[in-house]
Design a protein around this ligand. Structure first.
Ligand code: PHE
Length: 477
């Protein structure tokens, strides 16, 4: 069964709920837990959060519907689905370039995604060892790393970064698990994780947030996240980061939603499901922010600590929490599955295309692309040690200080995903056959009119403006 999962018109999610859960599984991942707090902290908090929410509602949500309808209509790989809809609309199949850019972007994202997911694997290891020692000491309900100080706990990340071999081993392990699942076929491989583990993760996260709110500096976190400093809202970097985060977090621009839409059944109302997926994803990001920032302020960290933020704050919270050792382990295990349901969707795009185009088996395609992803990902793993001083894009404004890791993350998130989204909006709003498109949306009346307006006018204009501002920041002075 797994072998022909990407054959046109064959594989289906087993229910409408399974499609929503799988798409939400793709959306919810390290983008919410790790990237959202990092970006919010690096871009000053409130202004970023406000722009991010605006980008989700006005730009990303309409595009989510556009992508999933391309997929459901096409029932093929992302590129072939886009070309199919173009041909049916009497337009050039060259419009499928939107999915070509997306395929490149998603594969590039996967290279560093597996590195960060490797950090999660590391914390599963340390938390498991911690639980074992707590249990053998007869104190199973101890806080995490009970014998250590908060400083020692925060030192775990820098110590890990100083060990390139371990970092690469963890990265490799995560690539291997992703490859294994995709090789088995996405539907069989991830439905179970998406159906059971994602909801479990959601409730655990809420519990942790409540704890952080009670014991951390919740008031400071609320002020930080929800009081926009409007002078920052107009900084070019903040604007393009917010748009990039909206795309990244909702798995947009790369074609993941085209690929998953292709497995959705005819009676799924895509307009409705797009709203549900966007709502769930954004809620998880905000809740993760509300778990992390109270601790940032109560332990006196800087909000702009960068990519280590989540891995230095949450272990500190688990440290002071009764039962924190066990909660910490549970958290990292579930975060691992959240990352996995996303990485699988990242890999699926290129595997779906290679199997369809070259007739390769899923197993061969997954392994081949997995090896490539691992090799390219090495520069990201080494950006924290051996290659820490390299600035590959030093000549580009806004990327002067970016390491390889930052560069791949920044170029994909701030440039390629929005670019592909822009072409998608123009294609669906202006080029594709209107009757076909409208019928796929499941929307009627005012909802349909509003979506049409957003996808035809607001999305293309706003994304173009933000891309231009991002590329030429001097325009804003
Ligand atoms: N949305 C995923 C996350 O937030 C990452 C992702 C990006 C997945 C693009 C697929 C496509 O972790």
């Amino acid at each position: 069964m797994a072998g022909n999962i990407s054959a046109p018109g064959q594989a289906r999610w087993s229910s409408k709920a399974a499609f929503v859960l799988a798409a939400t599984g793709s959306a919810v991942g390290l983008g919410n837990l790790w990237r959202f707090p990092t970006e919010a902290g690096s871009n000053g908090g409130g202004a970023f959060v406000l722009l991010y929410i605006l980008c989700v509602v006005l730009i990303a949500m309409p595009l989510l519907l556009a992508e999933s309808l391309i997929g459901r209509h096409g029932q093929r790989s992302t590129i072939a689905s886009a070309a199919y809809l173009a041909r049916q609309s009497g337009a050039s199949p060259a419009w499928s370039v939107l999915a070509v850019v997306g395929l490149i972007a998603n594969t590039a994202i996967l290279t560093f995604y597996c590195v960060v997911a490797g950090w999660v694997v590391y914390f599963i290891g340390t938390s498991a060892a911690d639980v074992v020692s707590a249990v053998s000491a007869g104190t199973p309900m101890a806080g995490a790393y009970a014998g250590d100080s908060v400083e020692t706990i925060q030192q775990l990340m820098p110590d890990l970064f100083a060990n390139p071999v371990l970092l690469i081993g963890l990265q490799l392990a995560f690539v291997a698990v992703t490859v294994w699942i995709v090789a088995r076929g996405v539907k069989g491989g991830i439905e179970a994780a998406a159906t059971w583990l994602m909801p479990a993760f959601f409730f655990l996260l809420i519990g942790i947030t409540v704890y952080a709110a009670i014991t951390g500096d919740f008031a400071a976190a609320l002020t930080y996240l929800f009081t926009p400093d409007f002078s920052r809202a107009l900084q070019p970097g903040v604007l393009s980061s917010a748009l990039g985060q909206a795309f990244f977090s909702l798995s947009l621009g790369g074609g993941a939603m085209i690929a998953y839409g292709a497995y959705a059944s005819r009676d799924t109302n895509l307009g409705q499901t797009s709203g549900m997926i966007a709502f769930a994803d954004t809620s998880v990001a905000i809740i993760a922010g509300l778990a992390i920032f109270p601790i940032v302020f109560s332990v006196g960290m800087e909000p702009n600590a960068g990519p280590t933020l989540m891995f230095q704050t949450l272990p500190a919270a688990f440290h002071s929490m009764p039962g924190g050792a066990i909660v910490g382990l549970l958290f990292f295990v579930l975060a691992f599955f959240a990352a996995l349901t996303s990485s699988v969707s990242l890999l699926e795009i290129s595997v779906g295309w290679v199997t369809e185009k070259f007739g390769a088996s899923r197993v061969k395609a997954s392994i081949g692309i997995g090896v490539l992803v691992f090799l390219v990902g090495l520069v990201s793993a080494l950006s924290f040690n051996v290659l820490a001083d390299q600035r590959p894009l030093a000549f580009v404004q806004g990327f002067e200080t970016a390491t390889w890791f930052d560069a791949i993350d920044g170029v994909t998130g701030r440039l390629l995903l929005p670019l592909s989204g822009l072409v998608t909006a123009i294609f669906i709003g202006w080029v594709a056959d209107r009757k076909l498109v409208d019928a796929e949306t499941g929307l009627k009346g005012g909802g349909l009119a509003a979506w049409r307006f957003l996808i035809r006018f607001l999305c293309p204009l706003a994304v173009t403006a933000i891309l231009i501002i991002g590329l030429f920041p001097q325009l804003l002075g």
